[in-house]
Design a protein around this ligand. Structure first.
Ligand code: GTP
Ligand code: SPV
Ligand code: MN
Length: 601
């Protein structure tokens, strides 16, 4: 937790009577908090200065009300199950707004509403909404406590589940108040549970004012505003203005048997493998290799020594539970067996969290809505998640606490694609790599409400998270490549190809490390690759494929030119919709690639 020089007030009575002002040295910083207190009119104000104290307190409260269910302590120490409102189980993108002053700064891919219009709608919903309730003030730092690249903010909320989760995924405590006083500014994130009415839900980002307001939802990405709201939507705007990047990426540090280090980051759409890759276990036949996690979901990058470095603005995981088991992701299992809140998983009769694929020794469980059921496949919600502090993770990179973070040598893009997209390919240049990112089309998942498995454009896995115009964002990517001398190399991976029976052709998980090894060989200039119009692809004869047979491998690397032409043609309306801010340089990259593909037809 935050180092507070031992000065944490732990007196239980103090919390009931928070002495405003919070900021004694810069009183004007209190004004936005006063404004919202007047609007929300809570009965009590609770300042979450000491997360250890409040973790115990809130857990006890929520066990009493039945909001939390205590899990079997023999297997899951200090861990709980939470069942959400059934209409509040995933991010709702239709309710998410980028409310910049000028519409063109939100762009065609974001919902936009004029800020005063959106605020007046929201004010009607939140006026007096905390009367009879406690208002929690949760100060936090995003990024290592000692880093100049970190930022501090405050979330206010009336929701104990939200506070409990924030304390697990962010660096919460009084230290943030000191940082805010020093910097003279902060991002304010206001969360109001309201009545959870799904027809009156808003996740509103006032990007010119460093203000977020979320109402009528308590779901993770909608309500834990340190995460997608701040660390991506608001931070991407800050990053654009400061030659930095705020990305929906995992990152890990790799050490080869010879002791060579590599920093690898990867942007894949929601529920498409970032957490699993960040926690990857090395295959048994590859002794001497090592990986250590920097981030499972979000990184902030800056330029340092002519290279791109990444810090993790988070302090915990909000990870997808289904699909996790001792074969696919044993390292996650080691982290979430204590201090974890599970949300919307199923529950075994001996009070263990459960989802299909975790273990097959049961024939009945309590489903995510609490009913005893033998419909095991649907018992856990497909977007059920675990919230676990990162300090529980056994293989954390020491760069996690480093003020400069991890140097990034390779950036991966990817997504779920059952056909066309090869297992791995490498961009010839940074600009082509930016095109790779811009071209991500992937099958949708349960992380967001709506249909699952339909293709959608999700450039850089940021379509739901970019806080400004996507065309300007592409331009920013191109500009960053010009500013960084030692540019990371850019790759595109696809673990999700399927055969005609619908089975995955590539075994995935641990086996993905073979692709990572090939990437490190490329970084070292040790291996040849074949040049194609869509990038370099591995030479099958030297690719470290493990047990996958040559026939399958050929399919995984084959370039289907007519399929690619179709893919590019289908991208044109999307790129066109982004409008005049779509960079000419990226159109040129696009038409170069298209021209090269056409030569093969
Ligand atoms: P968010 O937290 O939503 O941003 O997702 P994420 O990108 O971190 O996704 P995560 O790693 O949690 O994976 C989501 C789902 O994909 C889980 O059900 C995993 O089991 C599954 N998955 C991850 N990696 C692979 C893989 O290599 N192959 C296959 N077949 N499935 C995978
Ligand atoms: C995602 O949907 O990409 C997540 C989960 O990582 S949430 O925090 O809900 O956005
Ligand atoms: Mn995510």
């Amino acid at each position: 937790m935050i180092n507070t020089d031992g000065n944490i007030p732990t007196d239980r009575d103090r919390r009931q009577n928070l002495k405003m002002p919070l900021f004694e040295n810069k009183p004007e910083l209190n004004d936005p908090l006063y404004n919202f207190m007047k609007i929300l009119r809570p009965d009590n104000i609770i300042f979450v200065d000491n997360p250890d104290f409040y973790e115990t307190e809130l857990t006890e409260n929520m066990l009493k009300t039945g909001e939390l269910i205590e899990l079997n302590n023999n297997y899951y120490r200090n861990s709980y199950l939470y069942r959400s409102n059934p209409d509040d189980v995933a991010r709702t993108e239709k309710d998410t707004y980028i409310s910049s002053r000028e519409e063109k700064n939100a762009g065609a891919t974001n919902n936009w509403m004029e800020p005063s219009e959106l605020k007046s709608r929201i004010l009607k919903l939140i006026d007096g909404s905390m009367t009879g309730k406690n208002m929690y003030i949760v100060p936090f730092i995003l990024g290592p406590a000692n880093s100049k690249y970190s930022e501090a903010g405050i979330q206010i909320t009336d929701n104990q589940y939200v506070v409990l989760n924030l304390m697990k995924i962010s660096l919460v405590g009084i230290e943030a108040i000191r940082r805010i006083e020093k910097e003279g500014k902060f991002v304010l994130a206001v969360h109001v549970t309201g009545n959870l009415d799904k027809n009156n839900r808003y996740i509103a980002h006032f990007t010119d004012e460093d203000l977020i307001i979320s109402v009528n939802t308590a779901y993770g990405g909608n309500a834990l505003l340190t995460k997608k709201g701040y660390a991506l939507r608001i931070a991407s705007v800050h990053a654009r203005d400061n030659s930095r990047m705020a990305e929906h990426m995992m990152a890990l540090e790799i050490t080869s048997p010879a002791g060579q280090k590599y920093g690898i980051s990867g942007a894949f759409p929601s529920a498409s493998g970032k957490t699993n890759l960040s926690m990857i276990r090395i295959p048994e036949d590859m002794p001497g290799w090592n990986t250590q996690l920097l981030s499972d979901d979000i990184i902030w990058m800056h330029i340092n020594n002519n290279s791109l470095y990444a810090i993790n603005p988070e302090y915990g995981f909000f990870g997808v539970a289904p699909g996790t088991n001792s074969k696919t992701n044993p390292n996650a299992m080691k982290a979430f067996n204590r201090d974890t809140v599970f949300t919307n998983t199923a529950l075994t009769e001996d009070r263990k969290p459960w989802w299909y694929s975790l273990d097959n020794s049961v024939d009945k469980v309590y489903g995510w809505r609490g009913n005893l059921t033998d419909d095991l496949k649907n018992a856990a919600h497909p977007n059920s998640r675990f919230t676990t502090p990162v300090k529980n993770y056994p293989y954390l990179s020491d760069k996690f606490y480093d003020s400069d973070g991890l140097k990034i040598d390779a950036i991966l893009f990817g997504g779920r694609r059952s056909d066309l997209i090869p297992l791995v390919r490498e961009a010839k240049t940074w600009a082509q790599g930016v095109l790779f990112g811009a071209m991500i089309r992937a099958e949708t998942t349960a992380a967001t409400t709506g249909r699952v498995g339909i293709l959608r454009n999700d450039p850089m896995a940021m379509i739901p998270f970019c806080g400004y115009n996507m065309g300007d964002y592409f331009k920013h990517w191109l500009d960053m490549g010009k500013l960084v001398k030692n540019r990371p190399r850019i790759f595109y991976v696809n673990w999700f190809r399927r055969d005609s029976d619908g089975n995955f052709m590539w075994p995935g998980f641990s086996e993905n490390f073979r692709v990572i090894k090939w990437i490190t060989e490329r970084l070292d200039g040790q291996t040849n690759a074949l040049e194609t119009p869509v990038g370099y692809v591995p030479d099958i004869s030297t690719f470290p494929a493990g047990k996958v047979d040559t026939d399958t491998l050929e399919k995984l690397f084959k370039i289907d030119y007519s399929g690619w032409l179709n893919e590019l043609n289908e991208l044109i309306p999307f790129f066109t919709r982004i409008g005049s801010q779509f960079p000419d340089e990226l159109w040129r990259e696009f038409y170069d690639m298209k021209g090269e593909i056409e030569k093969h037809l």
